[in-house]
Design a protein around this ligand. Structure first.
Ligand code: GCB
Length: 591
């Protein structure tokens, strides 16, 4: 008995599971007060403000010594990274304190939450001098309840943001993108009744196109409280009562027009419980694998995709707005894609919602990137929390078909155990979507033969391979004779290949950094991938040039990764049109 307890305690220590998500689902479907705009900000490289700045003190007399002042500090825009707002902050990594005042009118039976779309990387939030909470992870949404701390009239919100890289963080010390710091997505005060709809899932029953399965999670509700789910356009309506944990399950028949890239039909779904009513726009589709195929609504689909970062076109910096999403996903559509890989972290909700509306299937990913601190339980708990919050925000989006657990992680036992845990979590949190991981481990199994043999292949539903033949190894022409094999009879996405080119730089096909070199590489790659076993999709690297501190070559990179098919100023390189033609051909062939 004692031994059992000890084992239990030890295993608990080895893996402290993160608490369930407290995220309020569907912020766009709720009434909110925006807290975007100009926030006063103090850049605090030595972290001197800890323990004081959250009080937002002002001198009480002319002899009072207060060595900081939000009022006298310049402002930063929210949402926005600090790096591209002030030249001196381009390379800055460390703490910045943000402050915003707002006026609030308290109402009875109303709860209020401070919601952040994302803060990179660590956020500590204070309201009126009281700590509301902390959040780690630069790309996931979070909220804290503020009801009891809010005051009638003026309120002061202070956030310490710290984007310092850490060996035990996710991502870790090295990654090939810019470490944009700041409050990078929308901030809002969200109001809800005392009993409110915290989260829900409404989607087709696995394996069925005519039945809907779902659940609703209420916050603050007594057992037996009624909840109604309605899809008025389909004439479907179901009422059920929550259990002691505030949860109600649904199952009903409905005749629905299925969502697909060719027909991105969204239904208005209405959820009601007591004083709370919210609307969401939801598409209904099925996604599954069958041997080497990915089936959308029961039929094989080829994923004509592209990888992209959340980097703002034209102005540079972190993308966040609906306009940024329109431009970027507009380019994805122009390329002829039905699929997009949001690399290497969960992207902002404007992109996901737009993908839902315009019919783009989405691969969503957490920043488990390269070699992280696999054996550290806190690192695992952090990755699990990021995965949980990614799924909490987007699990009702028809566009999202793949949760990707990692990118280019080295083959070793502690990494496999870590990623197996994430796969198990993802399946528990959302059993309806497919699991993948971008792998780069291949074995040389003959002359010009490479075999996909990463043991992680066993765990995922869809294999994904980053291979840079013609760039990091071999010549583009080597692709012509390369044969590929896979240890698993599973669908394969070639999730990355590519090469750098400066827009407007021309030369021979063997002159590196020219558009011709990049284009030649694409031509040989595209001929090769068509011969790959079980190929179910492609997401070449990458839609647009993006900033990276790892890319220093003057006159060529200037701190940009130049593998974009489009420059960061929106100019299309030759290879853009080559991939576009390839996708057109596939689409015409019914793929
Ligand atoms: C990769 C990474 C991606 C890099 C890219 C490159 O394999 O997944 O994050 O930016 O290669 O350009 O080297």
């Amino acid at each position: 008995m004692k031994r059992c307890l000890l084992v239990l305690l030890l295993s608990g220590l080895a893996h402290a599971r993160p608490a369930p998500s407290t995220l309020i689902a569907n912020i766009p479907g709720r009434t909110t007060m925006s807290l975007n705009g100009a926030w006063h900000a103090i850049v605090d490289p030595f972290d001197n403000g800890k323990g004081t700045f959250f009080r937002d003190e002002k001198p009480r007399s002319k002899s009072d010594r207060v060595e900081y002042s939000f009022d006298a500090s310049p402002v930063l825009n929210v949402p926005g990274d600090w790096n591209t707002q002030r030249e001196a902050l381009m390379f800055y990594e460390g703490p910045v304190w943000y402050r915003r005042e707002f006026s609030y009118h308290k109402r009875t039976s109303t709860r209020a939450f401070v919601y952040f779309g994302a803060v990179n990387y660590q956020a500590t939030v204070y309201l009126n001098g009281e700590k509301l909470g902390e959040h780690e992870g630069g790309f996931t949404a979070f909220n804290f309840e503020a009801t009891s701390v809010l005051r009638e009239g003026t309120n002061t919100l202070v956030v310490e943001v710290n984007n310092v890289r850490r060996v035990d963080a996710v991502p870790t010390l090295k990654f090939d993108w810019w470490n944009y710091g700041g409050i990078t997505r929308d901030v809002a005060l969200v109001e809800a009744p005392s009993i409110f709809i915290q989260d829900y899932s409404v989607q087709l029953t696995r394996g069925s196109q005519t039945e809907v399965d779902g659940w609703v999670q209420l916050n603050g509700a007594p057992s037996g409280q009624k909840v109604t789910v309605e899809i008025p356009e389909a004439g479907a309506r179901e009422t059920s009562a929550v259990d002691g944990a505030g949860r109600a399950n649904f199952h009903f028949a409905a005749k629905l027009d299925l969502w697909s890239p060719a027909h991105p039909k969204l239904y208005d779904v209405v959820l009601t419980s007591g004083a709370d009513t919210i609307h969401d726009q939801i598409g209904f589709r099925t996604i599954e694998v069958q041997g080497p195929n990915i089936l959308l609504n029961g039929k094989p689909i080829f994923l004509r995709g592209i990888s992209m970062h959340e980097e703002a076109p034209f102005r540079g910096g972190r993308a966040f707005s609906p306009e940024d999403a329109q431009t970027l996903l507009g380019w994805v559509k122009d390329l002829g894609c039905n699929f997009v890989r949001f690399a290497h972290y969960p992207h902002n909700e404007n992109e996901i919602r737009l993908a839902d509306r315009i019919g783009l299937l989405v691969w969503s990913e957490i920043p488990v990137y390269w070699d992280i601190d696999w054996a550290n339980p806190a690192t695992l708990a952090n990755a699990e929390a990021q995965l949980r919050d990614e799924i909490a925000r987007d699990h009702n989006r028809a566009a999202v078909i793949l949760w990707s657990l990692s990118n280019e992680t080295p083959v070793k036992p502690e990494r496999l155990a870590f990623l197996k845990q994430l796969a198990q979590d993802a399946r528990e949190l959302d059993s309806t979507r497919l699991i993948t991981s971008a792998m780069n481990h291949v074995e040389d199994t003959g002359s010009d033969v490479r075999t996909i043999s990463d043991p992680l292949g066993e765990v995922v539903d869809v294999l994904a391979l980053n291979e840079y033949l013609g760039w990091y190894w071999g010549r583009p022409e080597d692709a012509d004779k390369m044969q590929w094999k896979s240890n698993w009879n599973k669908p394969l996405i070639v999730s990355e290949f590519g090469g750098g080119a400066v827009y407007g730089r021309h030369g021979d096909a063997d002159e590196i950094w020219t558009e011709e070199y990049q284009d030649n590489l694409y031509q040989h790659q595209l001929a090769m991938v068509e011969r790959m076993p079980n190929l179910a999709g492609l997401t070449p690297w990458v839609l647009m040039d993006f900033r990276s501190p790892a890319r220093m070559l003057p006159g060529v990179q200037d701190y940009h990764n130049r593998k974009g098919l489009i420059s960061n100023r929106g100019q299309r390189k030759i290879a853009f049109y080559t991939l576009q033609r390839f996708y057109k051909k596939l689409a015409e062939a019914g793929k």
